[in-house]
Design a protein around this ligand. Structure first.
Ligand code: NAI
Length: 286
């Protein structure tokens, strides 16, 4: 039976969200994506102009089809939350219905229900600053965009996720081990996301029979990761020190998401699943 997935946080073909969309599409799911408003125009025009066609290729030779792209800004739950300067910002004024609640309403109107909800987004304006130099505003912004955005997405989509459905987010080991350079409260934001994964698994499991898991992914040269500034070093470190000495591909994370979304994972919920070539299991660098 055809399942339907909504993946929040796809704005190019380099990140985990794109790879997860592909793996879910390869498993037969219909794909809807949520794209950050400021990135919407360039993503849609690149899609239209065929810029992503090579990376849309699925194992069976067909091209991944994205049934619909929704503009989304996951730091706003509804219109009342949106400040004037954003409302009048040219890029935001150019599209509509991009708060979390409005996107959930639009998906309901367009498609009725979904089976899989993916949160593949994060933002920390002060990520390059050490925690001791992070402002309250920067810290709370990291939590708002990277942690509460997931609570809000799940809360608003839950009524339209079919029972037996699955929800997945992306986290990073900086939540539990010291990773110098992953600053601005982003380590705190991932710790919150992992804790929330357990509590939300309980609440959504009891109430709606929905599973909630998070993938702790190894380093990938995505747009977001390049902005942090140490991604090449983290990739080299992993290749040098992880049990599996190879570069992690986004598809390996995508395939894990497809597994977690499938009935093969029907007893897995509230879990942090490491997809990192085993680096998390090491106690020392070698
Ligand atoms: P990415 O740049 O492909 O994805 C991040 C997305 O978040 C972008 O599309 C961006 O437009 C979107 N976004 C930012 N603020 C938003 C907002 N307020 N509303 C809606 N969308 C917003 O980068 P990547 O690295 O694939 O990130 C996906 C997830 O994977 C994130 O949660 C990240 O923390 C996580 N992750 C990434 C790792 C890496 O090395 N790249 C390692 C472990 C986890």
């Amino acid at each position: 039976k055809g399942r339907r997935a909504f993946i929040a946080g796809v704005a190019d073909d380099n990140g985990y969200g794109w790879a997860i969309a592909k793996s879910l599409a390869a498993a037969g799911a219909e794909i809807l994506v949520g794209t950050w408003v400021p990135a919407l125009n360039i993503f849609e025009s690149s899609l239209r102009r065929g810029k992503f066609d090579d990376s849309r290729l699925l194992p069976d030779g067909s091209l991944m089809d994205i049934a619909k792209v929704y503009p989304l800004d996951a730091v706003f739950d509804n219109l009342e939350d949106v400040p004037e300067d954003i409302k009048s910002n040219k890029r935001y004024a150019g599209s509509s219905n991009w708060t979390v609640q409005e996107v959930a309403d639009s998906v309901k109107k367009d498609f009725g229900s979904i089976d899989v909800l993916v949160h593949s987004l994060a933002n920390g304006p002060e990520v390059t600053k050490p925690l001791l130099e992070t402002s309250r505003k920067g810290y709370l912004a990291a939590l708002s965009a990277s942690s509460y955005s997931y609570v809000s997405l799940l809360k608003h989509f839950l009524p339209i996720i079919n029972p037996g459905g699955s929800s997945i987010s992306l986290t990073y080991i900086a939540s539990e081990r010291i990773i110098p350079g992953y600053g601005g409260g982003m380590s705190s934001a991932k710790a919150a996301l992992e804790s929330d994964t357990r509590v939300l698994a309980f609440e959504a499991g009891r109430k709606n029979k929905i599973r909630v898991n998070t993938i702790s992914a190894g380093p990938l040269r995505s747009r977001a990761a390049k902005a942090i500034g140490f991604i090449d070093m983290m990739i080299d470190y992993s290749i040098a020190n992880a049990p599996l000495q190879k570069e992690l591909s986004a598809d390996e994370v995508g395939n894990t998401a497809a597994f977690l979304a499938s009935p093969l994972a029907s007893a897995i919920t509230g879990a942090v699943i490491y997809v990192d070539n085993g680096l998390n299991a090491m106690g020392v660098g070698v």
